[in-house]
Every structure is written in structure tokens, then in C-alpha cells.
Design a protein around this ligand. Structure first.
Ligand code: NAD
Ligand code: IPM
Ligand code: MN
Length: 367
């Protein structure tokens, strides 16, 4: 079959890691008889440089016209890049938020899984790691603080900034339903994370989640306050199956979860709407500190491409092949620098490789 893939390479390490994911898709194409046709879409800092804005209307149309979008990352060093002297709505991140909203990508799936082979890259103690862990963070992606009214102004002679956090019950219900649906295909446990001891939006969140839970009697669910969840993620990550949470909490908790799997360079993601369309991107950023060095870990982007095969194209065998190839490459003891064992004496047991070599090694293992 033929698929049209919109490609947002973006900024920093974005083009380096996307190149490897395309290599992997092309290998899948030749092994399984598919054709992936790519159309490069400008977004982020590179779009600002080329067009003056982080996302043009044409770019949105190109994304809508594709079967799915594969993305690297956008943005630069927020302290030093000239992009961050622009008004907020013209900065790189504004492009990403605009695209998520325009495509109604309300459900962000971030699977955090500890590969057996990466136990030594996990910063947690062995007794905490135990048999490992496997959780799915379901992050609401088009509401909350990210999309509320905001203003910075002088009030009574004092500079004041306001961000607002809004959720309506429909927005909460649709992400909760997704979370429980996914739990039914996993270990049937949902932890809904909020701050209901302080926030009205969280109290509504809790009420709606309880209503949705009634339709899923087989799923056990609990509520957890977000500060406790941050702590539990490092105390006992194996307790989690599906973590269901709002936009900002999901952003923060998913970076934390990524680190206990070894590295942010391992955490893939899918942003979905009510259709088969999706935007697939690593959860991490443009990593300006390592951009251009050829050392970024491409695995999160490659696993995001596997999610694209599974969720947008219904190509389960092909997605399995990519995921198995990633497992095999780790078993064969190849590592990018971010997932090298921490103890020096064990580092000699594995081979350190760069971004492009890691892509090649994964391609070789796809069959
Ligand atoms: P970051 O995720 O870019 O980097 C944090 C740390 O993780 C850095 O040390 C980086 O080197 C490392 N890292 C990230 N991805 C890696 C990979 N694939 N392999 C190895 N190491 C990796 O976060 P930041 O520095 O806070 O943000 C940099 C820029 O990225 C900002 O402009 C931010 O807005 C943007 N950002 C974009 C996205 C996205 O495009 N979806 C996501 C997060 C951050
Ligand atoms: C992510 C990123 C984005 C977010 C930024 C770049 C706007 O951190 O995808 O996790 O906060 O959603
Ligand atoms: Mn983030």
C-alpha cells in the first residue's frame, strides 16, 4: 500500500532523528511491500527563519492532506536563541500548539517501558526496578493551561502575568474514555492524576472520570494527586498501568517517566484525534546542547514511527517488526551515549554508536 507521510523535521536534533525514522520506514516498505511518500512540512524555528511565522496556513493544510505526520522536534535554546525575543505567538512552540489544536489532537499517548537490556541505564535502585515496568501516560493535549486565556499587564503599578486553566466536561470525558479503552487492552488499571485538593478543574476532572469509570467495570481505577504521583514514579513505577491526566501534569510526568526508562531519547508518542490521523513525535525536545553532533538517540522517533504504523495505518506486523528490531539492537549491546551504562566497569561490555549507525543497525534487524 501507499501512504502519504507529512514530515516535520523541525529544529536542533529534529532533522537528525527524523532521517533515521524515515530510513526505518523505507526498510519496512521494502520488506513488507509498502510505499511511503514524504512531504516536508515547515514548523518551528526553521519556519520562522523561512516565513516569519512558526506555522503557516499552507503547512496546516499539508499536514491535513497527509495520512499521518512524523515529527522530530522544534525549538531552540530558550535562553539564548533569538527566536525567544519574538512575541510569544511567533515563537517555535506556538507552531506546535497551533497544529495540535488545528488537528484536534486531544489524546497524547506516551508509553514508558523499561527494556530488560536497559536496566543498567535506569537511575533507580535494583530493588525498585524489580521486574521492570510498562506504563502508558495518556495526556490530554488540547486544553488546560496551554490553551487558556493569558495576559501580561501592569495592575496597580505592578507587572502581572495571568495564565488560566480551563476544562469542560466534554474535553475530560473524551480523554477519559480513551484512557479506559486503552486500559482494557492492557492490565486494566487506570490512575487518574489531578490536583483535586486545590483546583476546581481537577475536581471536575475527578467527577467526570468517575462517571466514565462506571462504563468499565473490569477496569480498576484510582485517583492520585499529582505531587504524590511524581514521587510514586520513582518510588514504585511498576504500580502504574495507564496514567490519565491533564495537559501540563502529563507534560511533566512523562519527562519524569522517560528518565526512569533510561533516557528521554527512548520515549515515543502519538497524538491522536477521533479519526485514524495522528502526529507522531518523540516526547523530548530539540536538544540544542547536542544538536549537530550526530549523537542523539533516534529510538524515540523510530518507535513513534512504529506507533504510526500501528495506529494510523493498521500495520501491526510491521510495527511489531520495528519494535522487535529495537529490542534486538539493545540485546546486541549497541547504545547511544544517553543510554550507556552508568558504571564505568560495565561500559566496556557495550558498543557506543551515533545516531545514523543506530538507525542502520535497527534497519538491519527488520524482517
Ligand atoms: P530537551 O528534551 O530538548 O533536552 C533535555 C535534555 O535531554 C538535554 O540534555 C538533551 O540533550 C537530552 N535529550 C533530548 N532528546 C534526546 C535524544 N533524542 N537523545 C539524547 N539526548 C536527548 O529539553 P529542553 O532542553 O528543555 O528544550 C529544548 C527545546 O526543545 C526548547 O525550545 C523546547 O521548547 C523544545 N521542546 C520541543 C519539544 C517538541 O518538539 N515536541 C518537546 C520538548 C521540548
Ligand atoms: C512536549 C513539549 C511541548 C509541550 C512544548 C514544546 C510546547 O514539551 O511535547 O512535551 O509542552 O507539550
Ligand atoms: Mn514536554
Amino acid at each position: 500500500m501507499k501512504f502519504r507521510v507529512g514530515v516535520i523535521s523541525g529544529d536542533g536534533i529534529g532533522p537528525e532523528i527524523v532521517k533515521e525514522a524515515k530510513k526505518v520506514l523505507d526498510k519496512v516498505g521494502s520488506e513488507f511491500g509498502h510505499e511511503f511518500e514524504y512531504e516536508e512540512i515547515l514548523m518551528g524555528g526553521c519556519s520562522i527563519d523561512a516565513t516569519g511565522v512558526p506555522l503557516t496556513d499552507e503547512a496546516i493544510e499539508a499536514a491535513k492532506a497527509s495520512d499521518a505526520v512524523l515529527m522530530g522536534s522544534i525549538g531552540g535554546n530558550t535562553s539564548t536563541s533569538p527566536w525567544y525575543t519574538l512575541p510569544p505567538n511567533l515563537r517555535p512552540e506556538a507552531g506546535l500548539l497551533k497544529l495540535r489544536k488545528a488537528l484536534n489532537l486531544f489524546a497524547n499517548l506516551r508509553p514508558a517501558y523499561l527494556y530488560e537490556e536497559l536496566k543498567e541505564a535506569c537511575p533507580l535502585r535494583e530493588d525498585i526496578i524489580g521486574d521492570g515496568f510498562d506504563m502508558m501516560i495518556m495526556r490530554e493535549l488540547t486544553g488546560g493551561l496551554y490553551f487558556g486565556d493569558r495576559v501580561t499587564e501592569e495592575r496597580n503599578g505592578v507587572m502581572t502575568a495571568v495564565d488560566t486553566l480551563t476544562y469542560n466536561e466534554n474535553e475530560i470525558r473524551r480523554i477519559a474514555v480513551r484512557g479506559f479503552d486503552i486500559a482494557m487492552k492492557r492490565r486494566k488499571k487506570v490512575t487518574s492524576v489531578d490536583k483535586a485538593n486545590v483546583l476546581d478543574s481537577s475536581r471536575l476532572w475527578r467527577k467526570v472520570v468517575e462517571e466514565v469509570a462506571k462504563d468499565y467495570p473490569e477496569v480498576s481505577y484510582e485517583h492520585m494527586l499529582v505531587d504524590n504521583c511524581a514521587m510514586q514514579l520513582v518510588k514504585d513505577p511498576a504500580q502504574f498501568d495507564v496514567i490519565l491526566t491533564e495537559n501540563m501534569f502529563g507534560d511533566i510526568l512523562s519527562d519524569e517517566a522517560s528518565m526512569v526508562t533510561g533516557s528521554i531519547g527512548m520515549l515515543s508518542s502519538a497524538s491522536l484525534n477521533e479519526t485514524k490521523f495522528g502526529l507522531y513525535e518523540p516526547s523530548g525536545g530539540s536538544a540544542p546542547d547536542i544538536a549537530g553532533k550526530g549523537i542523539a538517540n533516534p529510538i524515540a522517533t523510530i518507535l513513534s514511527a512504529a506507533m504510526m504504523l500501528r495506529y494510523s495505518f493498521d500495520l501491526d506486523a510491521e510495527a511489531d517488526a520495528v519494535e522487535n528490531a529495537v529490542k534486538q539492537v539493545l540485546k546486541d549491546k549497541y547504545r547511544t551515549i544517553d543510554i550507556m551504562p552508568q558504571e564505568a566497569e560495565r561500559a566496556g561490555e557495550v558498543t557506543q554508536v551515533g545516531t545514523s549507525k543506530m538507525g542502520d543497525l535497527i534497519c538491519e534487524r527488520i524482517q
